[in-house]
Design a protein around this ligand. Sequence first.
Ligand SMILES: *Cc1c(COP(=O)(O)O)cnc(C)c1O
Length: 372
Amino acid sequence: MKDTILVTRSSMPSLEEFMEEIAPIWESHWLTNMGPEHTKLQEQLQEYLQVEHVDLLTNGHMALELSMQALGLRGEVITTPFTFASTTHAIVRNGLKPVFCDVDPEDFTIDVSKIEDLITERTSAIVPVHVYGNICRIEEIERIAEKYSLKVIYDAAHTFGETYKGRGIGSYGDVSCFSFHATKVFNTIEGGAVCFRDPEFGRKLYNLKNFGIRSQECVEAVGANAKMNEFCAAMGICNLRHIDAEIRKREAVSTHYRERLAGVKGLQLNPVRDDVKCNYGYFPVVFHEEEFGASRDDVFLALKQEGIAARKYFYPITSSFECYRDLYDVDETPVAKYLGDRVLTLPLYADLPPEDADRICDILLRCGSSCG
Ligand SMILES: *Cc1c(COP(=O)(O)O)cnc(C)c1O
């Protein structure tokens, strides 16, 4: 059997580069608590992401959870179930009620035409997800948020380095949250960041990530601990040096897939937009079984038998999780349900060889013709 191909492979700098970056830590013994690596990465990211303020956290989930807490949200929050568990959990763990809005069948982001019907006097925010790096309908979301005085927290976990109409994606909304998890386009091993404009929000967020400690003798708020440590920050500094090259390599893989799969009957690919600078984080394919001749699960199994781990991402949709399914009706978001049952994300990482991408396409396309 040929070598196993995983769905993703974490980007890493050379060992020498990382060692050089962490060597000063052996002098200073400063391992965490906003040390020099933390400060340096924060400054570099502010510039790279083109945002006013950014704060670093221990992971993307805490970025979401603590942002919602810092904004003091109440009642109901409108969001989508076509996302990673974290988005919904962050809402629920804040004692808020997620109200699920359906998604757009073409780009999987929140269907803005369905938001207003879900707004009640208890609604305090919208939490849209730039899923697979596809940018939400930002102007329409802004219009609705303004009309009903709602906060907007973007789950921007998939959009590292992206721009929309020439502006850093993290600069939109009241807050945008990034994940720097090992599996993301840019990683700090584990890590996350919150981008924002309001310094008062920034102070609350900082308190939440550092026990509310302002100085040795002043604890001004009830906080948790969600600080990024020096080793994670050092990993980020190293990975950031190579990020543009990494994204270009991902683009090449993505283009290769697209050349092989575009126009095949029954296959739906991610839309391409010319007002977005894309990071090529994911390559989702929706299998419309009736036209393609094979289901998502057929293709998943065929790939698996050849040692290729594609991922049913996002399946199941969050509203059908064991912990939520008695509370929510998945039929209220039929498009999200439809897509969740039919989508597969293909292996995609910077160093995926073109031969492997071809082998994946061959197996996938063979399914369509043989099962049909
Ligand atoms: C990865 C991810 C998160 C959570 O980030 P972590 O860094 O893993 O905590 C949140 N939302 C989405 C959409 C994600 O993909």
